[in-house]
Design a protein around this ligand. Structure first.
Ligand code: ASP
Ligand code: MG
Length: 405
């Protein structure tokens, strides 16, 4: 008998028929005598729709109210999933994040899990129930409802698997596993049997969209091995785990395209100590996560100035502009420009550490395709470029062809 955490994403619970399929899958594991904790997302499109309605009322709604609103999406799905299990004769109880003992800090819409006390989950499991937990949500010590950031149901699943010391954690989605690229964009993309946490992390944070990156970080930190697999079939998926020696034999594990970033450029920023610190401190305090940062060589001799570009998540652009505006007088830069029509294309692989010429090959391939590079950043296992969004998919196919086939 094993304790299994199974997470089902929005498309896997997208309508009552799909929820019936989830119930049937859970029933199979129950029939083997396993204990099952199910974590579900909101039905696909629901969270986006709730956000859209709030923004029709006001461009920057209160974040506390957004949490109150968005938490309803997952609450709908837990109850429907419990009902679907009852309908086939299986004991099941739904629980909100708070009821499952998930305690977070108070940063609304991007809360961090502080601890999980799954006492009630254990009790209900031991009494023979399937326990269905709402993903993406928790509660502060003071009892305020919080959410964990978009895609946060993954985090709920991984964190619960750690807290319950689960034997197995399965993340069910609408793809068969992790691919070398998004197969909808690159038809020759292949499914990976396994991938290291670090590669997955780069791919997730770069917009491979398979999983939320914070949940992979969490899994790495707590050593939670998990499998990403399809809710539509019984094929084995991709195992995500600690790096092994043989993983370095492959130069590039995958190519990803992040269309969800926006670029902000501050023009004519005084080039003196403390300016960058001031800007990024203010962004950090507003809980805006900055990804790439590029500062140009400064110009002018008397009081030199420079241009500073960085990228943020597109939904944070309004907030970012507000923060930057509030610094305009204090810092004294000349102008701000933002660009939402960018794509960030990245190649990822632990094999980069032991193979050379990888960057040159990437840049040459882009040049041959007439694609201009706007920003570049690298890490030990990743090279990213910012390019024109309109050329993103073409670039992705060319790069995949050059490195993977
Ligand atoms: N429903 C939330 C979202 O769309 C959480 C999730 O799906 O994991 O971001
Ligand atoms: Mg989701």
């Amino acid at each position: 008998m094993a304790l299994i955490v199974q997470k089902f994403g929005g498309s896997s619970v997208g309508n009552p028929d799909r929820i019936k399929n989830v119930a049937a899958r859970v029933a199979k594991y129950r029939a083997q005598g396993d204990q099952v904790v199910v974590v579900v997302s909101a039905m696909s499109g629901v969270t986006d729709n709730l956000i859209r309605m709030a923004k029709e009322l006001m461009p920057l709604p209160s974040e506390r109210e957004m949490d109150m609103l968005l938490a309803t999406g997952e609450q709908t799905t837990i109850a429907l999933t419990a009902i679907a299990l009852h309908a086939i004769g299986i004991a099941a109880v739904s629980m909100t994040g708070a009821q499952a003992g998930i305690v977070t800090n108070g940063v609304h819409t991007k809360a961090k899990i502080q601890n999980i006390t799954p006492k009630q989950v254990h009790e209900l499991l031991d009494a023979g129930n399937v326990v269905i937990v709402a993903g993406f949500q928790g509660q502060t010590q003071e009892g305020q409802i919080t959410t964990l950031g978009r895609g946060g149901s993954d985090l709920t699943a991984i964190a619960l698997a750690a807290a319950l010391s689960a034997d197995l954690c399965q993340v069910y989605t609408d793809v068969d596993g992790v691919y070398t690229a998004d197969p909808r964009i690159v038809p020759t993309a292949k499914k990976l049997p396994e991938i290291s946490y670090d590669e997955m992390l780069e791919l997730a944070s770069l917009g491979a969209k398979v999983m939320q990156s914070r949940s992979v970080e969490f899994a790495k930190k707590f050593g939670v091995v998990f499998e990403v697999r399809s809710s539509l079939n019984d094929n084995p998926g991709t195992i995500v785990k600690e790096e092994t020696a043989s993983m370095e034999d492959v130069v590039i594990r995958g190519v990803s395209l992040d269309k969800n970033q926006a670029k902000v450029t501050l023009i004519g920023v005084p080039d003196k100590p403390g300016v960058a610190a001031r800007i990024f401190k203010a962004l950090g305090e507003a809980a805006i996560s900055v990804d790439m940062i590029v500062q140009n060589v400064s110009h002018g001799s008397g009081s030199p100035s420079t241009d500073l570009s960085f990228t943020v998540d597109k939904p944070d652009l309004l907030k970012t502009n507000k923060v930057i505006d509030s610094l305009r007088i204090e810092i004294g830069f000349q102008a701000v420009a933002s660009d939402e029509k960018i794509g960030k294309l990245s190649i990822v692989g632990v094999g980069m550490r032991s193979h050379s010429g990888v960057a040159a090959k990437m840049f040459e391939t882009l040049a041959q395709n007439g694609i201009n590079i706007d920003m570049i950043s690298t890490s030990e296992i990743k090279i990213s470029v910012v390019i024109d969004l309109a050329k993103g998919e073409q670039a992705m196919r060319a790069i995949h062809q050059a490195f993977i086939g």
